[in-house]
Design a protein around this ligand. Structure first.
Ligand code: KG4
Ligand code: ZN
Length: 336
């Protein structure tokens, strides 16, 4: 089945052509450079960028996949969560396409799609098997799920305040590192050469909790730099120590989620899953506990439409489809 995927939940305008779990093309055009001056995504700028580029991105995806419009069997698009204007652009484009082609349409949840980037076929990779623990770590979410099937999710824990990617972005702002914070903090942290790291607080929220909280560490960083000159040495010490604190909490809770539910696979997704330090730490923790860890190929950790296309097809084959009445749901929780 040739699936046309559309993703416009935040600052990436993305379209992909997928077939089963194979990606025939995946095109992403980001408005990130336009937001840098503001230190974060400006919703109106993101929406206007989607309006301007969605047609080109869609055409390029078809061309790269060597398909024409008439080859499309199913249109899948993200309907939430995300920025309202941004979601509406891609969703309206996708619904119009489905209507004009008289082909079925399915709305896909962005958070679920991040996890299912792990099902994208690539040589030498094998996909996870249900059930597994899903960990979504992005700019908007930090959540743990028990995933029993493509349409069977149970939330185990979520952030009570900032998402982990948001914490990276805010700490980067404090350290004058620009936006987005994740990649630059990772790079600078890797330059920290072994003196004593700062012991920033780890918010475990009680020994049994699977919820997260990252606003305290952001404040701790703010107090720590107060009155100090941000030398390269201090910045790399803070970047390293911040990552350690945040990743310690994520690793411990993820392993606990597996143990509590007797599960031996962890599947992660979202922009923060690009982070190699986290991958190494989680890998070690997983190995020590007899757990297998699944991380998507790096180009599918960040927002993309291939994950939307493959999840759309799985759901369609299970009998799901969406009506034209489906609208953008900026705050939707995980449900199919
Ligand atoms: O999944 P994503 O592309 O968009 C959302 O759905 O939010 O994630 C974007 C987030 C940003 O907060 C960014 O700082 C973070 O992912 N990020 C990283 C890295 N690359 C991107 N965080 C830590 N380390 C990275 N290498
Ligand atoms: Zn995302």
């Amino acid at each position: 089945m040739v699936v046309l995927g559309i993703e416009t939940s935040c600052d990436e305008t993305a379209s992909a052509v997928t077939d089963k779990r194979r990606v025939l093309s995946s095109v992403v055009s980001s408005s990130i450079d336009l937001h840098k001056a503001y230190g974060g995504v400006v919703p109106e700028i993101a929406s206007r960028y989607h309006v301007e580029y969605i047609s080109d991105v869609f055409r390029t995806a078809l061309k790269k996949a060597k398909k024409s419009v008439s080859d499309i069997d199913l249109v899948a698009a993200t309907y939430g969560p995300g920025l309202c204007g941004s979601l509406l652009t891609g969703l309206t484009f996708a619904k119009s396409l489905s209507y004009a082609l008289e082909k079925p349409f399915i709305g896909v949840n962005h958070i679920v799609a991040h996890l299912f980037a792990n099902f994208i076929y690539e040589e030498d990779r094998h996909p996870p098997k249900f059930p597994f623990i899903g960990l979504v770590i992005s700019g908007g979410h930090t959540s743990l799920y028990l995933c029993k099937d493509f349409d069977d999710f149970k939330i185990l824990g979520r952030t009570q305040d900032d998402a982990v990617g948001e914490a990276f972005d805010k700490v980067a702002k404090i350290l004058n590192l620009g936006y987005p914070g994740g990649p630059v903090i990772e790079k600078i942290a890797s330059g920290f050469k072994g003196e004593k790291p700062v012991k920033f607080p780890r918010a475990y929220l009680g020994k049994d909790s699977l919820d997260f909280s990252f606003s305290g560490i952001k404040t701790a960083v703010l107090y720590y730099v107060k009155g100090k000159t941000l030398t390269p040495g201090l910045v790399s010490e803070i970047a390293y120590s911040f990552q350690e604190a945040v990743f310690d909490v994520i690793c411990r809770k993820t392993i606990m989620a597996c143990q509590n539910n007797n599960i031996s696979q962890v599947v992660i997704g979202g922009g923060v899953a690009c982070n190699k330090t986290l991958a190494a730490k989680l890998n070690e923790a997983a190995k020590n506990n007899g757990i297998s860890l699944f991380i998507p190929p790096i180009q599918y950790c960040l927002d993309n439409a291939a994950m939307v296309g493959i999840l759309g097809e799985e759901l369609y084959e299970k009998g799901y489809s969406s009506e034209m009445e489906l609208t953008a749901e900026p705050n939707v929780e995980v449900c199919v």
